[in-house]
Design a protein around this ligand. Structure first.
Ligand code: AP5
Length: 228
């Protein structure tokens, strides 16, 4: 997989970046704008933990410690979700892959479907800002829309702009200590994927310290460049 890329109607996009880089925020925007499907392994794992499945029980302690869940568990969850028919519209992978083993497994899964990665987009941010972003984050329990105490507040306090829900939640792993471990895991295990995807001529680096809407516009440009 190198050299010339053929435009596709159902792109496979990867969002890379440390915790708080804005992967989920931007994935939801791309989903709404382009009809792509957001596949967040973090959301899938949190659902598994909540449901008390075997995978969820195995993942819980790792997530609470800010460490990565095993490649085997995460790859199985992602492969099962990718097998569902709605993914034929094209997907945005948010939080997967996070290790070279996961990236290789993804290549194999896509090859079986006659697909390949169209773009791996790295949201480039400073570590210090990430602690502020993650510790101020809250989410609508109804629709999953993400907010921030300073950077993205709902128009009406405690009421979701998108669905009108009034229950907001905060993640158990969004505290300063766990964010530090998550950042360490990112640098040690996930950052090498930038070289991996650069070698496949698929890497796009987007500065992501600016305004959410400006970053969304840059991301939309990447989607237009790979879509047929
Ligand atoms: P996961 O849920 O994927 O968490 P993460 O990678 O740590 O990323 P976050 O969800 O914290 O951040 P984000 O980049 O989506 O930022 P957001 O858009 O919310 O993973 C959680 C855990 O699950 C992992 O630690 C691991 O244990 C496990 N896991 C998941 N996938 C795995 C895998 N593949 N392998 C192994 N383990 C796995 O933005 C953050 C905040 O900032 C929001 O409040 C937002 O409103 C605000 N914001 C966003 N953009 C901006 C901006 N430009 N300016 C100002 N504020 C902004």
């Amino acid at each position: 997989m190198d050299g010339t890329r053929t435009p596709t109607k159902a792109p496979v996009l990867i969002l890379l970046g440390p915790p708080g880089a804005g992967k989920g925020t931007q994935a939801r925007t791309l989903e709404a704008e382009f009809g792509l499907i957001q596949l967040s392994t973090g959301d899938m794992l949190r659902a598994a933990v909540k449901a008390g499945t075997e995978a969820g029980r195995a993942a819980k302690a790792k997530m609470e410690a800010g460490a990565l869940v095993s490649d085997e568990i995460v790859t199985r969850i992602l492969a099962d979700r990718l097998a569902e028919p709605d993914t034929a519209k094209g997907v945005i992978l948010d939080g997967f892959p996070r290790t070279t083993a996961q990236a290789e497994a993804l290549d194999a899964i896509l090859a079986e479907r006659g697909q390949q990665i169209d773009a791996a987009i790295s949201l480039e941010v400073d570590d210090a800002e990430m602690v502020t972003r993650v510790s101020g984050r809250f989410t609508c329990a109804g629709c999953g829309e993400g907010y921030h105490d300073q950077y993205k507040t709902p128009a009406k306090p405690d009421t979701c702009d998108k669905c009108g829900g009034t229950e907001m939640t905060r993640r158990a792993d969004d505290n300063a200590d766990t964010v530090k471990s998550r950042l360490e895991a990112y640098h040690a295990q996930t950052a090498p994927l930038l070289t991996y995807y650069d070698g496949k001529n698929a890497l796009h680096r987007i500065p992501a310290m600016g305004a959410i809407d400006d970053i969304a516009r840059e991301l939309a440009g990447v989607v237009h460049s790979v879509r047929g």
